[in-house]
Write a new protein. Structure first.
Length: 257
C-alpha cells in the first residue's frame, strides 16, 4: 500500500512538473538559453576580471555577447534576403516549373489541380502570413528577454558563487560546482565542434555550388554555415532553398531534385 501511495505521489509530482514546464515555457526557455550563453562567455569574463574592474568586465562581456548575436542575426538576414530577392525575381520561372510539375503529376494519374484548389486559397495564405508575423514577434521577445537574463546572470554570477559556498552542506556544494563546471565545459566543447562543422558545411556547399555552376555560391555557403547551427531543421531549410534555386537554373524541376 505504501509503495502504491509513493508511486501515485511521484506520478502527481511528475505531472505537475510537466505542466509547469509547459505553461512556463515562455519564461523558462529564455532562462535556459541565457544560462547556455553564460556558460559560453564565463571563461572570457573570468579572464577579463583578473585585469579589469567588475563594471568594465561586465560591460565588455555583455557587448561581446550582443555583438556576436547581432552579427549572426545580420548575416542570416543578409543571406536570406539575397536568396529571397533572387527567388522572387524568378517568380515566372517557378510558375513555369510548377506547371511542368503539375503536367508530370497528371500524366501519372495524380489530379494535382484538384489537390491544389482544395488545399490552397487566399485565406490559407493570409493565415500563413499572420502565423509568420506572430512567430517573428515571438522570436524578438524571446531574444530580448534572454538578453536581459544574460545581463543579470553575468552581473550576479560571482555573488551567486559566494552564496553557494556559504551553504552548510559543503558536500552538496562541491558536487553542484563540479557538475556545473563539467556541464559548462561540455557545452563549450559542443559549440566548438558545432562551429567547426558549420564552417566545414559552408565550405563544402560553396565548393559544390561552384562546381555545379550555381550563381551566388558564396551566399549559399553562408546560408549553410548559419543554418547548420540550428539542429535538424537548419540543414533541411538550407537544402530546400538550394534545391528551389537550382530549379530556376536548369529549367527542369527534376534536375533540382
Amino acid at each position: 500500500m505504501a509503495k502504491l501511495s509513493n508511486a501515485a505521489l511521484n506520478l502527481i509530482a511528475a505531472s505537475m512538473l510537466i505542466a509547469l514546464l509547459y505553461y512556463g515555457r515562455t519564461l523558462l526557455a529564455p532562462v535556459a538559453f541565457a544560462l547556455f550563453i553564460i556558460m559560453l562567455v564565463w571563461p572570457v569574463q573570468r579572464a577579463l576580471a583578473s585585469a579589469l574592474n567588475p563594471a568594465l568586465t561586465l560591460l565588455i562581456s555583455f557587448v561581446l555577447v550582443l555583438g556576436v548575436l547581432l552579427g549572426f542575426g545580420w548575416l542570416m538576414a543578409w543571406t536570406v534576403g539575397q536568396v529571397g530577392r533572387r527567388i522572387a525575381s524568378d517568380a515566372t520561372t517557378y510558375q513555369f516549373l510548377y506547371q511542368q510539375f503539375q503536367a508530370w503529376l497528371e500524366a501519372h494519374g495524380i489530379a494535382a489541380s484538384l489537390l491544389w484548389s482544395d488545399n490552397f486559397n487566399i485565406t490559407t495564405t493570409l493565415r500563413m502570413l499572420q502565423t509568420v508575423s506572430l512567430q517573428l514577434r515571438n522570436i524578438f521577445s524571446f531574444w530580448l528577454i534572454a538578453l536581459v537574463y544574460v545581463l543579470l546572470g553575468l552581473a550576479e554570477i560571482d555573488a551567486f558563487g559566494s552564496r553557494i559556498n556559504r551553504l552548510n552542506n559543503q558536500q552538496a556544494v562541491v558536487s553542484f560546482l563540479r557538475a556545473s563546471k563539467a556541464a559548462a565545459a561540455k557545452i563549450r566543447v559542443y559549440m566548438l565542434l558545432r562551429t567547426a562543422m558549420s564552417v566545414a558545411t559552408g565550405v563544402f556547399v560553396w565548393l559544390f555550388a561552384r562546381l555545379l555552376g550555381l550563381p551566388f555560391a558564396e551566399t549559399w555557403g553562408f546560408v549553410a554555415f548559419i543554418l547548420n547551427f540550428i539542429p535538424f531543421l537548419g540543414p533541411l531549410i538550407a537544402t530546400l532553398l538550394i534545391t528551389a534555386f537550382a530549379f530556376t537554373q536548369w529549367g527542369d524541376w527534376r534536375w533540382g531534385v
